[in-house]
Design a protein around this ligand. Structure first.
Ligand SMILES: [Zn+2]
Length: 218
């Protein structure tokens, strides 16, 4: 096999192993404080240890895992103080990303965002499934930040959004909070449709400030 394609295969495998373990953490399949044992995960996923080791390092960089003596690494815990700090920074960066995205999104992009909000609406009528809620929320915010075209904002927000979803309060699962968050998502889409950066910034900031307010109430 030529060296290039061998490397591509290794990096594709690395990426898919990272995505899989990250999903296990974000969905709560692996919970805060649980050990991220490289041999055990390699066996479970049916892969060698090296891509698992790299994936765990990547999770540490993303703030989703922390190094732990003897066990290597464990899933990070996001407590009330940490989530407040994460959301305060996210408010500013989400605003920046939305303002930049407002002038860049195409009609097709706006349709995609509307589709995510519609899926959230449909899901709202179902019983709370925190994993599905988190997934749709991440999809929504990931789409906007990727559309910002600012790679620094994209990198930082990727870490902060994931950490926010490690928080296991009822911020994400109470029916009332889910309804309010959906309304805020709609306002963000409307502001993005208007194409006005400042409206988009205000709507995106208001959503994260809303999360902070609901957290304080909780
Ligand atoms: Zn959201």
């Amino acid at each position: 096999m030529p060296e290039d394609s061998a490397m591509t295969e290794a990096s594709l495998l690395g990426r898919s192993v990272h995505r899989r373990i990250r999903q296990m953490v974000l969905s709560g399949e692996l919970t805060s404080g649980q050990s991220l044992s490289v041999p055990a995960l390699a066996t479970e996923l049916g892969v060698s240890r090296s891509p698992v080791r790299e994936a765990v390092q990547q999770l540490i960089y993303e703030g989703l895992a922390v190094s732990a003596p003897h066990v290597g690494a464990k899933v990070a815990a996001v407590d009330d103080d940490r989530i407040r700090d994460v959301l305060a920074v996210r408010a500013a960066l989400d605003g920046l990303a939305a303002a930049a995205a407002a002038t860049r999104l195409t009609e097709a992009d706006l349709d995609t965002l509307t589709g995510i909000v519609t899926a959230q609406q449909a899901h709202l009528n179902d019983r709370a499934d925190p994993a599905r809620d988190a997934q749709l929320d991440l999809e929504f915010h990931t789409f906007i930040r990727d559309a910002s075209g600012n790679t620094c904002v994209v990198d930082e927000l990727a870490r902060l959004e994931a950490q926010a979803h490690l928080y296991r309060g009822d911020l994400w699962c109470s029916a009332r909070n889910r309804r309010v968050a959906l309304r805020e998502h709609r306002r963000i889409v409307e502001a993005l449709e208007s194409g006005h950066p400042e409206s988009a910034r205000a709507a995106a900031e208001a959503h994260v400030q809303g999360l902070l307010t609901r957290l304080a109430r909780h």
